[in-house]
Structure formats: C-alpha cells, structure tokens
Write a protein that binds this ligand. Structure first.
Ligand code: SAM
Length: 449
C-alpha cells in the first residue's frame, strides 16, 4: 500500500482515539474481495455452484458475498459476462441497504458510475418502478450504461448531466434519491494509490464544497415525503457529518432518520442515526446517512407523464415482426424510435429530452440501412424461456469460451435467424444461425482474449 499522508494519520488518530492501532493494523491486511448476486438474472444456488471456492454472506446486503483473497480474477468468468453478479467490495453495498428501494419506487442515483449501487437498486426494484442513473463524466457514464446492460436492467434511464441541470428539470419526481458522492476516498486507500496521492486537507475541503452543491440539487429531485441517502467512502468529518449537518441547516424540510444498518458504528458529532464503517468493521470505509423530506403528503404528487410520439404503423409492424422472430411472447409496450435506435421504454418515464440521456429502457434494435437488427442489450435483458431459439452451454464448456472470444458456434442445421446464447441458463448474448453455424454477435469490446 502507498505510504499514508502524515496529516491524514493525525486526523485519524484524533477521530479514533484508542482504536487507532486497530485501524492501522487493518491496513496491514489485504483489501476484502466481494461480489453481489444479480437476482434479475441468476440465483444464489447457481452462483455458488459456479465459484470454485466458498462464498461467505457479507453483512451489508443480503445479496453480497465475500470470497478469499486468492480467488483469482472473476471479471473474465462467463457468469460475470452474463451479468449474474457484480464485483463489489461488500461494505460498498451498505448505502443502498440504507436507502432500501422497494419494487415500484422511482429512484434517482445521482452519482452513479460505474454502477455498483445502481445495479443493486435495480435488483431491489425487481423490474418495477424506475431507476434513473446519472453520471456527470461522460466516459464514466458509458461504463455505467455497459454495466446496466450486462445486468439486464430493463426499467432504467442512464444520463450524463450536471446535477444542477438534471434535478430542477425532474423536481419532485423521485421517491428515493441516492447521492453516493465524489469524495476524498480515504476508505479506498488500501486499494487505490491514486486516492492516496490526491489526498490533502484542501482536497477534503473542496470535496465537501462539491458535496454540498450536489446535495442541494438532489433535494430538489425528491418528492415531499421522499428519502435521500447520502454516502461517501471517506472518513473525514467535513465530508460526512459536517456536510449532513450543514445540509440540514440549509434545508429545514429534511430530517435525519435511523440508517437501519446493524453493521458499522454510529456517526460522530452526535449523529447516532448515521453509520460509519471502518476497515476494522469488516469494510473498507464508508459513511451513510438517511434523510427524509417533509412538507407534503406521503404520496406521490401527479407528475406530467412523458408522452412519446407513437411510432408510425409501418415501423410498428416491422418492430413487431422482428420481435416475433426472436420471442414467443408479445412485444411489451413502450416502443419508441430515437434516431437509428428502437427502444422499449419503461413505464412512467418523466420528460427526458435535453437531459443528456444516453439510454432509456432497453435498446431493442439498431438501424442497418433499411433493416432493423436486434441489439446485444435486448438479449441481455431477455428472459431465456421466452426466446424461440437459444443455445445453452455450461460455463466450463469450450463453446462458451469460444463464444466469449467472438468465434462461431455449431448450431442445429435447420435453425435460421437470430438466436440467443446463454451460459448455464443465464443470457450471455446472441448470434445469427444459418447452415448449422451461429455467427457471433458478442460485442468486440467485451470479448475475452
Ligand atoms: N455510486 C457509484 C458506484 O457505486 O459505482 C460510485 C460513485 S463515485 C463515489 C462518485 C461519482 O460522482 C463519480 O463517478 C464521479 O465522476 C461523479 N462526480 C464527480 N463530480 C461530480 C459532480 N460535480 N456532480 C455529480 N457527480 C460527480
């Protein structure tokens, strides 16, 4: 681990008192490794069977597991490609556990890339309600989009927009908002030398100023009676309790609630309802606080529904025909053309134009000359049992390795057309069958080499 700044150590000594020794001792150990099950695509049984070592339940979310340090790379595993799980240090799941999204909620994840918490929210929504995942840095928003696609999220919107633009435009729309704020990353020191290199007391102060601005925007997006979870992966008082205290002073319509997380310890400065997690608490370093917005009814206010222009009848027929070629179930509502893309929009979408939206709902098809061809995202979000044709192989099979390298696969001689590919029953991608072969459509940028 990179050498820790002396000023940081002095601050930690003041914060921790007698426990400072335990804190330093924890840094001598390697960082914890963990994964989170994606129940949208996989079961716990299947996940356990796929790992050659035991998965130990982690206390920060019922979907999180720890695995041994020597567990090797998990990012190239077929079930990872298939979105059956997300690699996440276990305590990072605590902020969403605190927010506790329920199926049907409208949730905004305002600082969302690379998507650890967004994919956890999507899992808890179980496809019902709406998840709006925003990331201000465009390149990071693309990674976020790719992760939400991989995990088969259907009811999501991904945008890249500044919070001060996005939140007033969606004022009062969301039931729950997560601000997993950009921070000085003190809780990442064990695994991220760059966070150590960037740290200084001035950096901590500038992070706190940015967090205040983000929280002020977030407050606008939340409906009366809604819940706001604020989290960081840092220890400093300025970025945690002091940020929350200052926010509550600026926004008397908010009050602090019990975070409801048994792990970790109460916040400092008398903020007992918040949670702090230190490396010696079985996490890397997190802070989470839950705030409730009062001043109105508990229920949602009417919100102007977004009415997308009905696709032309000819386009609808083409889309229906393509859908029926692939699926044995009816095409869902929400068909929408956005330039060269056909989308299947989630229900209850608010007005979304001009907000830097990269994706709304599921990318169904892309225009290729005069034709529409299905997209990878459609198959990643598909229920395997609803496909007309699907090739399934076990995770350890040569076929799956070949598919992930972009190679053709053998297919039944009589199969023609778009065909799904799954690994142990979990959707992994698709291809096009003809003459006993499946031509591979696994995206080049995602392949194993
Ligand atoms: N929630 C994410 C997850 O679980 O994968 C991690 C989010 S990370 C702690 C904070 C994010 O905030 C970064 O992706 C960063 O690019 C973004 N960010 C940076 N400046 C921002 C700003 N001024 N407003 C909103 N987000 C910002």
């Amino acid at each position: 681990m990179a050498e820790l700044p002396a000023a940081f150590l002095t601050r930690m000594k003041e914060l921790l008192g007698e426990e400072y020794g335990d804190f330093l001792a924890a840094y001598e150990k390697p960082p914890l490794r963990g994964i989170r099950l994606n129940p949208l695509k996989c079961t716990e049984e299947k996940l356990r069977a796929a790992f050659p070592f035991p998965l130990k339940p982690a206390p920060f979310s019922p979907l999180s597991f720890c695995f041994p340090q020597e567990g090797g790379r998990v990012g190239t595993m077929p079930l990872h490609h298939a979105g059956a799980f997300y690699s996440q240090e276990p305590s990072a799941a605590s902020a969403v556990t605190v927010l506790a999204p329920q199926p049907g909620d409208r949730v905004l994840d305002l600082c969302a890339a690379p998507g650890g918490k967004s994919t956890q929210i999507a899992a808890l929504l179980q496809g019902k309600g709406l998840l709006w995942s925003n990331e201000v840095v465009k390149s990071r928003a693309n990674v976020l989009l790719s992760n939400l696609e991989r995990l088969g999220v259907r009811n999501g919107v991904v945008s890249s927009c500044r919070p001060e633009v996005l939140c007033p435009a969606l004022a009062g729309f969301f039931d729950k908002v997560l601000v997993d704020a950009p921070c000085s990353g003190e809780g990442m020191f064990r695994r991220d030398p760059q966070a150590v290199a960037e740290w200084s007391p001035e950096h901590v102060r500038s992070c706190a100023a940015r967090q205040a601005a983000i929280l002020d925007s977030a407050a606008q997006a939340l409906r009366p009676g809604g819940l706001l979870a604020y989290s960081t992966c840092t220890f400093s008082l300025e970025e945690n309790e002091e940020t929350v205290t200052a926010f509550l002073e600026r926004h008397p319509e908010f009050s602090l609630c019990e975070a409801g997380l048994p792990q970790g310890r109460p916040g400092l400065l008398g903020m007992n309802q918040a949670r702090r997690i230190y490396p010696m608490d079985g996490g890397e370093g997190h802070f989470a606080a839950l705030l409730k917005k009062a001043g109105g009814p508990e229920e949602r206010l009417p919100y102007p529904a977004f009415a997308e222009k009905e696709p032309a009848p000819a386009l609808r027929r083409e889309a229906e025909a393509l859908w029926q070629e692939i699926f044995s179930c009816p095409m869902p509502q929400g068909l929408c053309q956005a330039g060269e893309q056909l989308l299947l929009l989630p229900e209850g979408l608010p007005p979304w134009k001009g907000l830097g939206v990269l994706r709304a709902g599921v990318l169904f098809a892309a225009g290729k000359g005069k034709r529409w061809e299905p997209c990878h995202a459609l198959f990643m979000a598909a229920s395997p049992g609803q496909l007309r044709r699907r090739l399934d192989f076990p995770a350890g099979s040569p076929e799956i390795s070949a598919f992930l390298r972009g190679e053709e696969l053998p297919a039944p001689e009589e199969w023609r057309g778009w065909t799904g590919v799954s690994v142990d029953g979990v959707m992994l991608g698709f291809g096009k069958c003809s003459q006993g072969r499946l031509k591979n459509r696994y995206p080049k940028g995602l392949r194993n080499f």
